[in-house]
Design a protein around this ligand. Sequence first.
Ligand code: ADP
Length: 514
Amino acid sequence: MRFHSLRTRLSLAYALFLLLVVGLGAFSIRQLDDYNRVTAEIRDRWLQSTRILGDLNNDTSDFRAAEGSFLLADTLSERQDSAHEMDSLDASIAHSLVRYQRIRHDDQEDRLYQDFLVHWRSYHRLVKQEQRLPLESGTAIRLYRTDARTAYNRASETLGQLTQWNLVGAKNAVERESATYRDANGWIVAAILTAGLLLFTAIGFITRSVSNPLLDLAKSMQRIADKETEVPIQGVERSDEIGVMARSVQVFRDNARALLTSQARLAEQAKSLEDALAKAQEMTQQQHNFVLMTSHEFRTPLALIDGYAQRLYNARERFGPEEVGERALKIRRATQRLTTLLDSLLDVPKHSAEPPPFHPQPLDIKELLRRLCQEYREMAPDRNFQEHLENLSFFLTGDVELLHQAFGNLLSNAVKYSAPGSSITLEAQDCDGTLVIEISDQGIGIPERDRPHIFERYFRGSNVSSHSGTGVGLTLVNQIITLHHGTLEVASTEEQGSRFTVRFPDPERTSLLT
Ligand code: ADP
């Protein structure tokens, strides 16, 4: 049997309770026995003795009186009555003496009783003697007044002493009874208080060493169930059943912690898989957009080449060699641009987030813009192209192919997002050292909520679903203008048109970048 076992400890506590109850009961019974004994002594000895002695006192004094009546009787019948009374009192006294002797007495009482008996018997003998004497002689009366009186007085005196002794003994017994009652009372109260104290101690012990640890464990398990894995577990060092439970709860907690960690790791892996999937989808989308953009970007120069070739073919009879040469040159330039475009487009996925390759050199921006305008005029004859380049006196240092592509994209958008017959204006001027170029149209405009996003890659306006496009053109324009230290702004009103403004604050400065 292990002493530290909870079962042992609880059994000991129960045994203590049992002992307490039995001990308290036994103790109370013993106290009551004491009290009972003293009460029985009073009832069986002192009360009886007192009653018998009372009877004896009465009967002996009545006997003496009847003796007198007998001697002084006037008639025979009176004497006979007195003799009868004396006989009956004699019998009563004898009965009382027998009853008295049945009671246990102490030595002093016994001695007084024996003295009384001696005196009473000698008095009784004298009375019998009196009754035998002739009454007329007066001897009987004399004996009555002398020897019989003396004998009676001695007996009566001894009986008085015995009665007195008895009363003192009875009084002492009653006092002893009260003292025993008080003692029993005190002892029983003390025993109840001690038992209460022991009970509280036992309850305190059970609460501290059993109930509270169990409640703590229950709380810890609740917290673990609520996924709180840093819960401290109390009582793992105990060697009893609560210690076993605490160590088991600790194992549950560690398992729960490991489970949560692996769940978190799984969630992380799932997240990174999702990210990888999203990236793969984005790349697929980019490739798709690239194919779309390529076909879109190729359409413009191809249309130009086709236009030049058609016009050359239609007017083949009229054109002289000079004209043919000029047209062929235009076709070559358009083809060269197509080649350059092809090269730069093939670079797009590679440089998708980076600026395109930059080769700046001094160039005639006025000439570049005029040529572009002319190209688009020929490509979209149903639009009314207007150019205001008279106030332009700058020579710009920049990449001619990139700038051609940037302004070409702006003009191409102006054509794409406006209706046939509407005007497209290209204006460039010198404003206090800043080269300002504006391209305006009277097209569908850009909704206000879309405007902050139009330079983002792949973004397309919410009102352009009926127009083909990829959402990369303006991104490229913005990159090219930024490469030239310029800025690009847009002002637009829906259904009325848009104006794109390019500013080069220091047109010559880009040369420093080479
Ligand atoms: P897209 O291939 O769609 O034309 P861009 O990058 O060139 O891609 O333009 C991004 C978006 O900006 C367009 O989808 C369109 O909503 C808006 N946008 C650009 N230019 C104009 C314009 N001149 N008029 C109206 N909207 C325009």
